[in-house]
Design a protein around this ligand. Structure first.
Ligand code: ZN
Length: 159
C-alpha cells in the first residue's frame, strides 16, 4: 500500500536532489522526449556498452512528477542490461496505466510509489515520458513524444 505522504516525500526528494542530472559528454545513445500536454521536455543521454547501460543522465524542463520519474528511472537502470531496462520500461508503463497487478512479482521496487498515478489521467504521461524517452534512446530514435506513439508502439509490441 502506497501512502500519499510517502509519494509526496519521494517526489520532493527527487526534485530537490535529482539523480544523474545533466548530460553525458560521451553518449552512445540519445533522445529528446516531449509531452505537449504538460510542456515536459527531457533530454536523455546514455552509454551502452556490451548491452549494458554503463551510464545515463537526464536534463530538461519538466513538472515535479516527470522529474522524479526521470530521476528514479536513471537510478533504476544504471548498470543494468538493456533487457532489464526494457522489462522495467514495460512494467512501469503497465503500472502507470493501471494494468500491472502489483501483488504479482515485478521488478519495480520503489517505483511502485507511482501506482496512484493511474487515477490522475492528465499526469500519467508526465510519469511515463522519461521511460518512453529511454526506450526511444535505446532504439536510436532521436525524438519521442507522448502524442506520437508510432515508433514507440512498434518498439513496445516487441516486448
Ligand atoms: Zn508534466
Amino acid at each position: 500500500m502506497v501512502t500519499k505522504s510517502l509519494y509526496q516525500e519521494v517526489i520532493l526528494d527527487h526534485n530537490r536532489k535529482p539523480r544523474n542530472y545533466g548530460k553525458l559528454d560521451y553518449a552512445s545513445h540519445h533522445a529528446v522526449g516531449h509531452n505537449p500536454l504538460c510542456g515536459d521536455r527531457l533530454d536523455i543521454t546514455l552509454q551502452l556498452e556490451n548491452d549494458q547501460i554503463n551510464n545515463i543522465a537526464f536534463e530538461g524542463e519538466s513538472c515535479a512528477i516527470c522529474k522524479a520519474s526521470a530521476s528514479m528511472m536513471t537510478a533504476a537502470v544504471k548498470g543494468r542490461s538493456r533487457l532489464d531496462a526494457e522489462i522495467l520500461i514495460h512494467e512501469f508503463r503497465e503500472l502507470a496505466t493501471g494494468k500491472l497487478d502489483i501483488d504479482h512479482p515485478h521488478h519495480l521496487g520503489r517505483l511502485t510509489i507511482f501506482s496512484g498515478i493511474r487515477d490522475l489521467p492528465t499526469r500519467v504521461k508526465c510519469a511515463i515520458l522519461p521511460w518512453h524517452t529511454l526506450q526511444a534512446a535505446l532504439n536510436s530514435i532521436d525524438n519521442a513524444s507522448t502524442e506520437n506513439n508510432d515508433s514507440a508502439q512498434a518498439v513496445s509490441s516487441k516486448l
